[in-house]
Write a protein that binds this ligand. Sequence first.
Ligand code: UDP
Length: 249
Amino acid sequence: MRIPDPLFILGIPVHPITYPLFLDIVADFIAERSPRQICTANPEFVMTAQRDPAFRQVLQGADLVAADGVGLLWAARRLGHDLPQRVTGSDGLFYLAERAARSGWRLYFLGAQPGVAAAAAHKLAVRYPGLQVVGTYDGSPADSDFPAIAERIRAVQPDLLLVAYGAPGQDLWIARHKIELNVPVCMGVGGAFDHVVGVRRRAPAWMIRLNMEWLWRLITQPWRWRRQLDLPRFVWAVLRSGAASSDQT
Ligand code: UDP
């Protein structure tokens, strides 16, 4: 399977994919069985990567970067490209679970608060009979926790490891450990387990439809306001970079 060429938003690659293509790429990665990393990026990722060279390197080296945030679709259009749709960790988890149940993929859920990953696994297994979540564990991205995590994961050898430690920590963690863990697909999923279980409510559907999920996060998690300052910064940087590239033409 040929992965479509990425487009670059402020130097960060983003792959123009749909959910069906995303699932087909995951299927290929699993068949090929060499460790791959998938990131679900949004404007905060892109702005963090401008400041943090280690995170930038992780995104640039990832095997697949999905456009999790609507801001990336806007930026792509603005820069004269097209991203067909958002491919989010939270919805992607349901699509993955459905396909995993049919294809026999073995999933491992790592991260979130104690009990949340297990509750998410249970809920998805009820919804998608036959789904194999072969392990769940909270742990932490701290180096001191790695041996215990690695031991659990190696014991069950999953096909897909979904990591919910928030960005950029989860993506840096995957990049650091993927070779050693030797799981075919490792993917950062942010708050996806929280959303499945309902410990944190995702924005209502009408708000997602109106591209206002970022506003929901600001209202329900006001402590993120500092992080969300990256949104206007992102808009400004994209407008400036669009102006710069049209100056050159
Ligand atoms: N989380 C965790 N350990 C950490 C940091 C975060 O398990 O050290 C979990 C947190 O409980 C939540 C998930 O990571 O389930 C995503 O957190 P956040 O809302 O920051 O995600 P993002 O907005 O980056 O997707």
